[in-house]
Design a protein around this ligand. Structure first.
Ligand code: ATP
Ligand code: MG
Length: 418
């Protein structure tokens, strides 16, 4: 993509109404546009990154046998009334039509997915069954100060599983947990999983996937000797500095974290409320056991900004960067330099490298500042020196390391594989 063609522009000033680093940087770099508190539009560069996150999530969910759907986000009120969510879910947006019909706007999709699956999976032979979608969710959140990490409209992958027994849910949870951890690793993040919490009559059992970041809204206690981790909200009497209740081998550390995913063991609650039974082998009717599995795709994007950014701007891991190479020409009107840069751009595109090509007529300092702000992993500069030496000057955004590469093939190899 040519940067002169990109309709968004960077800006130097920090938006005065944003306290979160992720929102400040994403707005300054032209990745997102703020519509109001908690609501952001994705602009071309932001959408590229979000799509990469979604593609990773999709691959991992397909890989564990889940089937992708796109469920409605405008919901009839009836199933919400049947489950008690209409009055019980405080973040649910509700609206009324001209004819005074009532609707809910999707904040989660149990009320939609349960009747859908219930229509098809009528026999134990059809279970287990996992369906998911990647799309927008709407929640009437009270606070929206964390930028894209807490939106009133935000991106989420939500998956739902249906089982004939608790053992089968537990078996699948173990598989889903591994897939979740792969999603975070592939986006460059390290997530910890909290111990199962909740489970009283009014609460669902949940497992949370937490990434350590000061921008998060949760506080966790974790053990550095084993994988024990718990949310302090539900940790009971446990305190920082106490011995790990799981391995005893280390003292618990307290940290601020962001919940980038969540799994709920929903039991039979939704099938019961929405009258979904299947025929078991013995011919009798049973309610399936249900699980739901969320990943905040836009929150993940915000956490990645918070985790990797430095004082100059964003630093994207290769897997979710809006492009792999930021090509910058410093021709200053020199036709030979311009031709060399154009040729490299064409060669890289041909080789399947995603390139943001800064061919704007601007000072080098401004181009470099924009490049640092946007945070593409590899910067390649074409200037007069390139013509003299035949070498391309490269800089890694993450480390600042600079080095020379001889041609498009070497740059391609570095951009895609190193
Ligand atoms: P939180 O405790 O942060 O409000 P939650 O328990 O309400 O999260 P879920 O209902 O399980 O979250 O949603 C699944 C995932 O969607 C969460 O783990 C999180 O990553 C993401 N998420 C939830 N609410 C928001 C929001 N308002 N903005 C962005 N992402 C969100
Ligand atoms: Mg919430």
């Amino acid at each position: 993509m040519k940067q002169s063609h990109l309709f968004t522009k960077t800006r130097r000033e920090v938006p005065s109404d944003e306290v979160a680093k992720n929102a400040q940087l994403l707005i300054r770099a032209g990745f997102v546009h703020k519509e109001m508190a908690g609501v952001y539009s994705m602009l071309p560069l932001g959408l590229r990154t979000l799509r990469k996150i979604e593609a990773i999530v999709r691959e991992e969910m397909d890989g564990i046998g889940a089937q992708e759907t796109r469920m409605a986000t405008l919901h009839p009120s009836e199933p919400w009334k049947m489950t008690g969510g209409w009055d019980g879910v405080d973040v649910l947006f509700k609206l009324q039509s001209r004819t005074e019909k009532e609707y809910a706007i999707g904040q989660s999709e149990e009320e939609i997915v349960t009747p859908i699956v219930g229509e098809y999976a009528r026999s134990y032979k059809e279970l287990p069954l996992m369906v998911y979608q990647i799309g927008q969710k709407y929640r009437d959140e009270l606070r929206a100060k964390s930028g894209i990490m807490r939106g009133r409209e935000f991106g989420m992958k939500d998956m739902y599983s249906f089982h004939t027994s608790q053992e089968d849910f537990d078996r699948f949870y173990a598989i889903a947990k591994e897939a979740y951890l792969r999603v975070y690793t592939r986006t460059g993040l390290v997530a910890k999983v909290t111990e199962a919490s909740g489970g009283s009559f009014s609460e669902k059992i949940s497992y949370e996937f937490m990434v350590l970041t000061d921008a998060g809204e949760d506080t966790i206690l974790y053990c550095s000797a084993c994988d024990y981790c718990t949310n302090v909200e539900v940790a009971g009497d446990l305190k920082e500095g106490e011995n790990c209740p799981k391995c005893g081998g280390s003292k618990l550390t307290k940290a601020v974290a962001s919940e980038v995913g969540n799994v709920f063991d929903l039991g039979q609650r939704y099938p019961k409320a929405l009258n979904y039974t299947y025929k078991a082998e013995d011919g009798s009717d049973y309610y399936p056991i249900m699980g739901c599995y969320g990943i905040g795709t836009t929150r993940l994007m915000g956490v990645a900004v918070e985790t990797f950014a430095d004082e100059k701007g964003m630093v994207w891991p290769k897997s979710i960067a809006p492009a792999q190479v930021h090509l910058i020409e410093l021709s200053g009107g020199d036709a030979a330099v311009k031709a060399k840069a154009d040729e490299l751009y064409a060669d890289l595109m041909k080789a399947g490298v995603e390139v943001l090509y800064d061919e704007r007529d601007m000072r080098a300092g401004e181009k470099f500042a924009d490049s640092d702000l946007i945070g593409i992993p590899l910067r390649v500069v074409v200037g007069k020196k390139t013509i003299e030496t035949g070498q391309f000057e490269c800089v890694r955004r993450q480390t600042g390391e600079s080095f020379l590469l001889p041609d498009a093939a070497a740059i391609t190899k570095d951009a895609l594989y190193v």
